[in-house]
Design a protein around this ligand. Sequence first.
Ligand SMILES: Cc1cc2nc3c(=O)[nH]c(=O)nc-3n(C[C@H](O)[C@H](O)[C@H](O)COP(=O)(O)O)c2cc1C
Length: 210
Amino acid sequence: MSFYDVLHRRRDTRGEFTGAPIPDDVLRRVLSAAHAAPSVGLTQPWDFVLVRDEGTRLAFRDHVAAEREVFAAELTGERAEVFSRVKVEGIMESTLGVAVTYDPERGSPAVLGRHAIADAGLYSVCLAIQNLWLAATEEGLGLGWVSFYREEVLSGLLGLPEGVRPVAWLCLGPVTELPDAPDLERHGWRNRVPLEAVLHQERYTQRSSR
Ligand SMILES: Cc1cc2nc3c(=O)[nH]c(=O)nc-3n(C[C@H](O)[C@H](O)[C@H](O)COP(=O)(O)O)c2cc1C
């Protein structure tokens, strides 16, 4: 695939995982791609926790199911109905869980570029995740980002040290296909907007809908 094909083929996957193994060299390549991401002050503030253990995954799956209910309880009418059909994770079906964490202490004190924007560290972790996602796409793997969790629960499951934050649980593995459209669009939850809707010239133009 060309680079732009990879960008546009990338998809958040949940229901398409086969559970087939990921060859070691492929896993190494996608993790190396993540680790090649830019980072504020060259801190590389990420860690990748590979989770294969069924017990850990079951415990996380159950927690995510409970958080799904928390969110569902906020919804009424058509929103509730549409959401009831949306799958929000593929924790057990995927081959591997990759938990990505953020360590704000790495490279500190005096992180070059973070003195005014503390979030720059988190931005760096998200870039690593995006690299991983694109590399997975190039390798024919699916990846699904799960954020229906409380940080303290996932931290406990993974044994994270004090101060290290979980940023994502990624479901990773071979898939039957990468769908053409986002799952949320297919279910009628929300549609993508065209580039023009988010493009501004010189100054931010207020629009009727955000
Ligand atoms: C920060 C972040 C958190 C997300 N959390 C979830 C999640 O908990 N469950 C889920 O099903 N999808 C999750 N997604 C996937 C988005 O729903 C998805 O990226 C979006 O609908 C666009 O679809 P696409 O990635 O296939 O283009 C998350 C994506 C991001 C970037």
